[in-house]
Ligand binder design. Structure first.
Ligand code: SF4
Length: 360
């Protein structure tokens, strides 16, 4: 008789960077439970970033967040929970009450997550979030998710974030490069000027254009990679930069294609947003322009990531819109970014902020 496979569902985080930072947890689960069936519940638009991941047996993409009405959202969650009946265990990676409610509604006998936001009663196994002096404090998300996996009895199997490129996405990338005249044998600098979090994380577009222009004038290939919905932002940078800059993103861009593009690039310049984590997964040097957020959520996998920030008294504020003059980002100058870009591209001794990883 064939043994019944253990079925484990993971409710994935709702932001691109967090999904990538959950990949060491997925790997730990796979190594500890090689016979288990792993189901991933994830926002539809984020699923392609995990395309080709050999540790996932089935995706459950959903559009709950695209639904405006709270009742319609609840109905979708309940339908999803019904579809997930039969799971032996559900791991809840996000901190929201609604994600714990979804786990509860699946009726899985084990429901594992952090105890916060009054949702402990929905879970069968609860982890206390990290605290200092009674207050919840930031922890690198890679570690946060791994600790949850530890609760399930899955020891850590490395902290490196990991993604994969699918042959179809690689072919699409080849065609895109050819269409835009990008020579894959030459250095390509990608710039990701957006941030889904909000405008407070976005480096001034005029600065981005200045950097793009100077890199092009140095004979480098430069491409914008931007998410669907960031077309206006990309259009402004394209207009300010002038000839030579190409746009590889926008409407219809799947994250599997972004994986393939960044796996081929020589350097990424971006804000503190999802693309930086994809770069880390493909060991692509990255310059991250960081202002309003705390490094303590992301201070892992910095071997080839350099964090550029300015010491301002109001940071980290974690506000989506800056209530003052956005000094945390405007004080990061184009000349500093260009100097770092030059070092990352041509200086063989250049490294990321590993010391920051150990210090913070
Ligand atoms: S309040 Fe300070 S840290 Fe927050 S966005 Fe504005 S300048 Fe940046």
């Amino acid at each position: 008789m064939q043994a019944v496979k253990e079925k484990i569902a993971l409710i994935m985080p709702n932001h691109l960077g967090d999904v990538v930072m959950a990949t060491p947890a997925l790997r730990a689960l796979h190594k500890a439970r090689p016979g288990a069936e792993v189901h991933v519940v994830i926002r539809e638009e984020l699923a392609p970033v995990l395309a080709g991941c050999p540790w996932i047996h089935r995706f459950w993409p959903h559009r709950v967040y695209a639904t405006r009405s709270p009742w319609a959202r609840l109905a979708q969650r309940l339908a999803l929970a019904r579809a997930l009946r039969g799971m032996d265990c559900v791991l809840v990676l996000p901190n929201s009450f609604s994600s714990a409610l979804l786990a509860f509604a699946t009726r899985a006998p084990r429901r594992v997550g952090y105890r916060r936001g009054g949702r402990g009663w929905l879970l069968t196994e609860r982890l206390p979030p990290p605290r200092e002096n009674g207050r919840v404090v930031p922890l690198a998300m890679v570690r946060y998710y791994l600790d949850l996996m530890g609760r399930l009895g899955c020891p850590e199997a490395g902290t490196q974030v990991e993604l994969f490129t699918e042959p179809e996405a690689v072919r699409e990338c080849d065609a895109l490069f050819e269409r835009h005249g990008i020579d894959p044998a030459r250095r390509l600098v990608c710039m990701a000027p957006g941030a889904g979090f909000g405008p407070s994380k976005i480096w001034p577009l005029r600065y981005a254009a200045e950097v793009a222009r100077k890199l092009l004038d140095q004979g480098l290939q430069v491409a914008l990679v931007h998410a669907p919905g960031e077309e206006a932002l990309a259009a402004e940078i394209l207009e300010r930069t002038g000839s030579g800059l190409v746009s590889l993103g926008g409407a219809g861009m799947q994250l599997s294609l972004l994986n393939a593009i960044l796996a081929r690039a020589s350097l990424l310049i971006c804000n503190d947003a999802g693309a930086r984590h994809i770069a880390a997964a493909f060991e692509l040097p990255a310059l991250v322009l960081m202002g309003p957020t705390s490094i303590r959520y992301t201070n892992m996998n910095l071997k080839l990531t350099r964090i550029l920030r300015e010491p301002v008294e109001c940071s980290p504020c974690h506000l989506k819109v800056c209530p003052i003059d956005h000094r945390c980002m405007t004080r990061i100058t184009p000349s500093r970014v260009l100097e770092e870009a030059r070092a990352a591209l041509y200086d063989e001794s250049w490294r990321g902020d590993l010391d920051l990883e150990l210090r913070v």
